[in-house]
Design a protein around this ligand. Sequence first.
Ligand code: NDP
Ligand code: F7E
Length: 313
Amino acid sequence: MEKNAKIYVAGHRGMVGSAILRKLEAEGYTNIITRTSSKLNLIRQADVEAFFQEEKPEYVIVAAAKVGGIMANNTYPADFMYDNMMIEMNVIKNAYENQVKKLLLLGSSCIYPRMAEQPIREDSLLTGALEQTNEAYALAKISGLKYCEYLNRQHGTGYISAMPTNLYGPNDNYHPQNSHVLPALIRRFHEAKEQRVPEVVVWGTGTVLREFLYVDDLADACLFLMEKYSGNETVNIGTGKDLSIGDLASLVKKVVGYEGEIVYDATKPDGTPRKLLDVSKLAGLGWSYSTELEEGITMAYQDFLNSEYRAER
Ligand SMILES: NC(=O)C1=CN([C@@H]2O[C@H](COP(=O)(O)OP(=O)(O)OC[C@H]3O[C@@H](n4cnc5c(N)ncnc54)[C@H](OP(=O)(O)O)[C@@H]3O)[C@@H](O)[C@H]2O)C=CC1
Ligand SMILES: C[C@H]1O[C@H](OP(=O)(O)OP(=O)(O)OC[C@H]2O[C@@H](n3cnc4c(=O)[nH]c(N)nc43)[C@H](O)[C@@H]2O)[C@@H](O)[C@@H](O)C1=O
């Protein structure tokens, strides 16, 4: 991408989109276009058509999506499927119709089968049943990545997709129920410390395993892929390391400086037992992460303290 190329970052106010924007600006890109959802609701087909015809971006990064943690995905599956399917189809279709040179669609590691062999390789896609708590979201994301692949096949476009592991960092969503585990625990441990609460509840059994990537590393990987990758198969983005939710809770407790007890609420869903990405494809292209988990959580906690609660968005 030339430094003055017109780049549309969809979802630029979100955690991922804002990190991509920071990275593009830091790298000297000067012609970035953005729209908030209130200005341009990407679910509305006619509005998306008009936007692309007017702006004619050359490159598109799709970080707009309806996003949430295990509880939000499990509670609002119809919304997760509809919003994400519509956003993806509208943006990708109009990118093609308006000769966008390259597009990157962000998906998620939850697209892979629940019981995929670990670490999860890209070619395990569609080889088994999905995790029930996020099936709707996963089906929408799979449709988006397949649509990119079909456009490439049918029309010779160069549209790619990336599947990040669980992300965290500045500008995260700290909603107590709808967020992901890391921001939820940062907030819960912080509030328990402030209010001198003796126990903090962690959902599920604490035994399931997850992998976490700091969002600025993800943004770096996205730009790397825009420059270096073309191909139909998706690309995993992660660290290649995971830990149990119990160990994660202990780490957040330490960073926040909470001194009480951790208790588990096994009535809450655990979700998939393990979701460790095989990142050898991306490593083979020459990229690896740089932020270790404790360092990343420390920076994320600082962001939380600076921003106070960005509760519901
Ligand atoms: N967070 C995570 O752990 C992970 C995220 N990802 C992927 O990264 C991408 C971004 O996630 P993340 O940044 O965390 O999510 P956020 O919820 O932080 O941001 C999503 C952004 O999407 C925009 N958006 C939502 N609905 C619409 C709409 N109808 N029209 C226009 N814009 C809309 C919002 O814009 P506005 O602010 O203007 O309303 C919002 O800023 C997603 O595709 C997600 O699947 C992948 C793996 C893990
Ligand atoms: C990124 C990814 O995010 C979701 O999948 P998930 O990996 O299950 O993400 P999660 O962060 O919500 O939970 C991880 C684990 O942590 C446990 N857990 C403990 N205590 C809290 C807690 O307080 N909040 C949350 N959310 N989880 C908690 C929780 O029970 C689970 O075992 C998908 O919807 C999926 O669509 C997706 O893409």
